[in-house]
Design a protein around this ligand. Structure first.
Ligand code: TLP
Length: 345
């Protein structure tokens, strides 16, 4: 029985169309900007995100750190959510690599930060303070049940930031999940931001890669930083070819993942000893809490694995599941049955 792998949408494998596109890709040396497939992907990504220019990077983490370093000098400060991926899950890169100072404020359950909190976090001119340079948003918000930030919220943050002379970076690793869930064009979700990072290798199922987008001038600076980080790739059209298929063919189907995540959460909510919040599930991410303390977290995961289901473990008694291309209704129902079997043991 194949494992039902709900740990992440990063486990998705390239589709047959992607493998075919990789095989036939036109290649060149991308450090000389001579890889036609990379150039096409970057042009397509910029257009789909409503930005002037784009740059292919190895990963979402590299996309975010490249953008932060392109916005901020050493000793400058970034305002970001205390549950954001950049703060929690990117190995402290902004401080380690850029000497950039993170200033966290609370994320609300819907993935937003209060506008008052952002405004209060922006420093005034005073020799004791770092200069605030950037505010980071995340859409969808991984830790907040995959919540989608609305265009109105993003516009309000952009307005505030512009007024205070700071830039906005959007970690849009799953921006297309947000666009599909809200029934909006992705351009409405990026309007006004100075940079965005979009992952091709999550729900969109490409094997590798993210694109960052911004103004031509910003992407010029980002290109140099990517080189400095060791991310100047050569025949990167091998990667970009799959990315083009991801943007062309894999966006609309995300609606299916969202429906499946909801079905999974609803099924789990009827299982004693587990708790989840189906009403919060709007995209492809859900969390469950193990409320029955008969098993340790590790034992729960081991028992579930024996039933053929894998999930991730972001914190004590808390588990995360993501739906994706490899998971259909049949796998959802089998996962619910497996969880029920474990809890009834
Ligand atoms: N997230 C991964 C893990 O690191 C948690 C996952 O399985 O969800 N921004 C957001 C919002 C992300 O969720 C991720 C990956 C990234 C950035 C980083 O992307 P990669 O893994 O390509 O460096």
């Amino acid at each position: 029985m194949p494992i039902i792998d709900l740990r992440s949408d990063t486990v998705t494998l390239p589709t047959p169309a992607m493998r075919e596109a990789i095989f036939h890709a036109d290649l060149g040396d991308d450090v000389f900007a001579e890889d036609l497939t990379v150039n096409s992907l970057e042009a397509m990504a910029a257009e789909r995100l409503g930005m002037e220019a784009a740059l292919l990077v190895v990963s979402g983490t590299m996309g975010n750190i490249t953008c932060v370093l392109a916005h901020c000098a050493r000793g400058e400060e970034v305002i970001l959510g205390d549950s954001s991926h950049i703060f929690l899950n990117e190995a402290g890169g902004m401080s380690a690599l850029g000497g950039v100072f993170p200033h966290t404020i609370p994320n609300l359950p819907d993935g937003t930060m209060r506008l008052e909190d952002i405004a209060a976090a922006v420093r005034g001119e005073n020799i004791h303070f770092p200069h605030t340079r950037l505010v980071c948003l995340e859409n969808t918000h991984n830790r907040c049940y995959g919540a989608a930030l609305t265009p109105e919220y993003t516009a309000a943050v952009v307005f505030l930031a512009k007024k205070r002379g700071i830039s906005v970076h959007l970690d849009g690793a799953r921006i297309f999940n947000a666009a599909v869930a809200l029934g909006k064009d992705a351009r409405e979700l990026t309007r006004g931001v100075d940079s965005v990072n979009v992952c091709l290798s999550k729900g969109l199922s490409a094997p590798v890669g993210s694109v960052i987008c911004g103004s031509k001038e910003f992407i010029g600076r980002a290109r140099r930083i990517r080189k400095m980080l060791g991310g100047g790739m050569r025949q990167a059209g091998i990667i970009a070819a799959a990315g083009i298929v991801a943007l062309e063919n894999m966006v609309d189907r995300l609606a299916e993942d969202h429906k499946n995540a909801r079905r999974l959460a609803e099924g789990i909510s009827g299982i004693p000893g587990l708790s989840t919040e189906p009403d919060r599930v709007r995209t492809n991410i859900l969390y469950i809490d193990l409320t029955d303390r008969r098993f340790s977290d590790e034992e729960f995961m081991t028992r579930l694995e024996k039933q053929g289901v894998r999930l991730s473990h972001p914190g004590p008694s808390r588990f995360r599941m993501l739906t994706h291309q490899g998971i259909g209704v049949q796998q959802i129902d089998a996962a619910i049955a497996a969880l029920r079997a474990v809890m009834q043991a």
